[in-house]
Each structure stands twice: as structure tokens, then as C-alpha cells.
Write a protein that binds this ligand. Sequence first.
Ligand code: NAP
Length: 219
Amino acid sequence: MKPKAVVTGASKGLGEVIATFLARTGYDVIVTARDEAALAVTAKRIGATAVAGDVTDPEHRKRLAEEALEADVLVNNASELGTIEPLVEQDPDELRRMFDVNVLAPIALTRELRPKLVVNVTSDAAVGGYEGWGGYGSSKAALELVTRTLAAEGVPAVTVDPGDMRTDMHQAAFPGEDISDRPTPDVTTPFWAWLFQQDGASVSGRRFQAQGERWEEAS
Ligand SMILES: NC(=O)c1ccc[n+]([C@@H]2O[C@H](COP(=O)([O-])OP(=O)(O)OC[C@H]3O[C@@H](n4cnc5c(N)ncnc54)[C@H](OP(=O)(O)O)[C@@H]3O)[C@@H](O)[C@H]2O)c1
């Protein structure tokens, strides 16, 4: 039987690259994103099963879990950027939405799927304290703590900072700026090729940088 993987936010950008890699290397892949038409195009191209919906919706997560029974890998990649602005000006509802998508949905999906490896996609904003990035950054910092806690509790889990990539989310963070000097997300493929060959227990609790000179950060 083929190993099974679920990738959230897989209609485009980094999620599409990860899902493509997993499908190409023999995984039975289940992809999700909100835009049903865009997701269907990606799913058809890579031979994955599409389950469209919002990761914050419990009914959607239930449908995903039914489709992905006994999943080996869960990649929590879908993310909400919010508005880049000073933290004190950030709308509380928008902050709540970031935490719903970036922290609570990954925890809930982990609980429902109980995969052999959870990959939580983080960002350098989780550690940077960058001006304007406090909402998104603090949600990713929380996701990193969640990951280390899961690992301590025996659920194999890692965080991966993919580095800057030329995607719609990156363009939204830098509106009107030319981002053509950033690499496309497939620059991270060698890292995924390495990670998915590792035994979950041997990498659990670690934070990786997919574009770093060394993948694993010194702790
Ligand atoms: N790009 C960068 O430079 C960069 C740097 C550091 C970290 N990251 C992280 O890398 C990951 C991927 O980012 P990206 O740049 O590839 O983003 P992207 O191109 O904007 O793609 C985001 C994907 O997530 C889906 N999505 C968003 N919200 C969702 C929700 N609530 N439920 C289900 N699907 C949802 C989107 O589809 P729909 O809109 O149709 O739902 C899309 O498929 C994110 O975790 C991001 O924080 C990116």
C-alpha cells in the first residue's frame, strides 16, 4: 500500500511544490485549499485527491480526516498573512484569524489525523521581531512551540522555515515591489527529498531551514 500524505494550502506556491514532490515519489496525496477550481487543476496535474475547504472549518477537517485515514504525513502549510502593520494597530479579528489558520487548525488536524510525521511550515518572522510582522510572526512562533510540545509528547513533528520565495503570499507582503530576485518555491525540493526519507522519531522536535546552508539550525 502507498504511504499517504495530506498537504494543506496545496493549490499553489510552496504547498503545490511539496504535494508534487510527494506524489512523484509514490505517496497517495490528499490536497486542500479553499479555491476549489484552482485546487482541482493542481490535483489533476499531480494525480492527487482534492478536498476543497478552509482548514479552520471543523466540517472540512472531518471530511479531510475521512479521506486521509491513517495518513503517514501531514504538512500544515496553509497560512494567513494578515496585514503587515504595527501590532498595536492590528484588528483583533484579523489577529484571531491568523491564529485560527496558523496555529489552531494545525493542532486540530494533527489530533484528527494522528500522522507518523507532522510538518509545520513556519517563517523567519517567528523569531525576527520584524516591524509590521508581529501578528503573523507571533502565530508562527506559537506554531513552533506547539511543534516542540507535540514532539515532547511523543507526536513526531518538525517545523520548517522555507525561506523567502516568489509566491502570491510573498507578493502580498511586499505590494508593488519587484520580487523577481526571490527564488521560486521549488528551490526547497532537495530539502523535502531529504526530510521525507527520515524516520519521524529521529527528526522530531527539530526546526529546519529549507534554504539554509545547513538545513538544521544550531540549537
Ligand atoms: N513565500 C514566502 O516567502 C514564505 C516565507 C516564509 C514562510 N512561508 C510560509 O510558507 C507557506 C506557504 O506560503 P506560500 O508563500 O506558498 O503561500 P501562497 O502561495 O499564498 O499559497 C497559500 C496556499 O494556502 C491556501 N490557503 C490559505 N489559507 C487557507 C485556509 N484557511 N484553508 C485552506 N487553504 C488555505 C491557498 O489557497 P486558497 O487561497 O485557495 O485557500 C494556497 O493554496 C506558509 O505557511 C507561509 O507562511 C512563506
